[in-house]
Write a protein that binds this ligand. Structure first.
Ligand code: SAM
Length: 467
């Protein structure tokens, strides 16, 4: 199978693989690069990324090293417009019409737009879960990088881990967890070493569940396009109703992430020995839990390790209900965390003219008016400075070293000409006002390995412990 660019990006952008077109900070477009356009009927230019910074034919991007800065193409990229024109012409030819007369002077709209917009540049980046999260097509609310990096660390996701994830939604967490658990290797032929399904589990896998049909379909397609089928298995399922087995097989999960509106309804399925016993059942149902379906219970959990779980809920009421059911079902080490991300922007700030309080700080004027206003003010300062003392006695101008007096005319002129004082601006940092403060509450818990009377007996026999 092909190598996923998320797992083995290689040194250059390759045909038929996802790349991220980075336009500017916080603006990126994911694109599968194709040297040919399937719908193009042999038109030579193939696909084109049209952006507000210009047009970028895929052919000019394929083969470039990741991180390249690429200038907008100056070639005529109105391919689609012309293609449509060609198609129309062919159709009308077939119908016996003379299309050329009909369309004379009618330049396709897209051609006009793309030809005039060839001025900017982009950076070509390999896909990562982080830039995929900030550029993916949203079908639901998604889990963002600050949350998922913390979650994956707390649930101990690492190469070889089997993770259950529900619901998959837009696949943001899916991609991050796929990278975290992946432990495969590329073969010398350039593809991935093929492994059987059962061995795959040992190499780490994401067992993903989604009950919304269209979202499920879209994610299946995305996972295929991104070469992640070997690592992510998506099942169309209501997990609160039908649990987490896949074709009657247990994922043997070491870790679980639930991003569901009612995670407490899914918890009884995530047990080691089935839903609560009869006398506890009423209690459980009053907490909103599902009752068992009468089939012999197969646990979806790895029986040999403590299982780490995280639930992701926006409201504290959901948290309370989840925690109550967790306690009931024997989960331990229950704790709640809220990740409050702050992005700190560090830059040099332009500051106004020195008014005597901010010694030594000068900024480059923003425009000619500001420069003139500053000069005028400086001329005024200059005269006062060299004028009369309040006593009326004429004094010699005080000797002030140039570098000590930022209002010195020469210093100002120098700064205006050389524009270097800007670099000495005051270093400030600010948190961005638009940062979202609350995403969700993260509830963590651990389900210990089951310890039966038999296990106790075995250990006692082994160590000859007498009670
Ligand atoms: N974690 C996802 C991401 O990072 O893109 C977003 C998950 S979205 C908030 C919640 C998803 O859970 C929705 O797509 C919804 O259809 C799905 N869902 C809700 N209840 C479900 C259930 N009982 N079984 C399976 N999926 C469910």
């Amino acid at each position: 199978s092909k190598l996923s660019p998320f797992l083995h990006a290689g040194p250059v952008a390759t045909d038929d693989n996802l790349s991220i077109i980075h336009l500017k900070r916080d603006l990126q477009t994911p694109t599968i690069l194709r040297s040919y356009d399937k719908d193009d009927e042999g038109y030579s230019e193939g696909k084109v990324v049209n952006t507000r910074f210009g047009s970028f034919p895929h052919k000019t991007l394929i083969g470039l090293p990741w991180g390249s800065q690429v200038r907008a193409s100056r070639v005529d990229t109105g391919s689609r417009g012309r293609r449509q024109e060609k198609k129309k012409k062919r159709k009308s030819d077939e119908a016996g019409l003379d299309a050329s007369k009909e369309e004379a002077g009618d330049t396709p709209k897209e051609e006009k737009e793309t030809v005039t917009a060839s001025s900017g540049f982009i950076h070509l980046l390999p896909p990562t879960p982080e830039n995929w999260t900030s550029s993916l097509p949203h079908r639901t609310q998604v889990v963002y990088t600050p949350d998922y990096s913390y979650i994956l660390h707390r649930i101990r996701a690492r190469p070889g881990t089997n993770i259950i994830e529900a619901g998959a939604g837009s696949g943001s967490f899916t991609h991050a967890s796929a990278r975290a658990v992946y432990s495969g290797l590329p073969s010398t032929e350039g593809g991935e070493l093929s492994v059987s399904a059962s061995k795959r589990r040992k190499l780490g896998k994401v067992w993903s569940f989604e009950f919304h049909e269209q979202r499920h379909e879209k994610l299946v397609k995305e996972i295929q396009d991104h070469g992640l089928e070997g690592v992510v298995q998506i099942t169309h399922r209501d997990v609160c109703e039908d649990g987490f087995l896949v074709n009657e097989e247990s994922p043997k999960a070491d870790a679980i992430f639930l991003d569901l509106p009612a995670p407490w309804l899914a918890l009884p399925h995530l047990s080691r020995s089935g839903p609560p016993a009869k006398e506890e059942k009423e209690d459980a149902e009053s907490n909103g839990m599902d009752s068992s379906k009468g089939k012999p219970f197969v646990s979806p959990l790895n029986p040999t390790v403590p299982v780490h779980l995280c639930t992701f809920s926006p409201c504290i009421e959901q948290v309370q209900r989840t925690v109550s059911v967790m306690r009931h079902l024997g989960w331990t080490d229950i704790s709640m965390v809220e990740v409050a991300q702050k992005r700190i922007e560090v830059r040099r700030e332009r500051v106004g003219i020195d008014n005597g309080q901010q010694r030594g700080i000068q900024a480059t004027p923003a425009n000619v008016d500001e420069a003139l206003a500053r000069l005028k003010e400086v001329e005024g300062n200059f005269q006062t400075f060299h004028g009369q003392e309040p006593t009326g006695e004429t004094t010699k101008p005080k000797k002030v070293k140039r570098e000590q007096n930022p209002n010195n005319r020469e210093t100002i002129m120098e700064s205006l000409v050389e524009r270097k004082v800007y670099k000495e601006g005051r270093l400030v940092h600010k948190t961005e006002p638009d940062v979202k403060t609350h995403t969700s509450y993260l509830v963590f818990a651990i389900l210990p390995v089951q310890w039966t009377a038999e296990d106790e007996e075995k250990v006692r026999a082994k160590w000859a412990i007498k009670v």
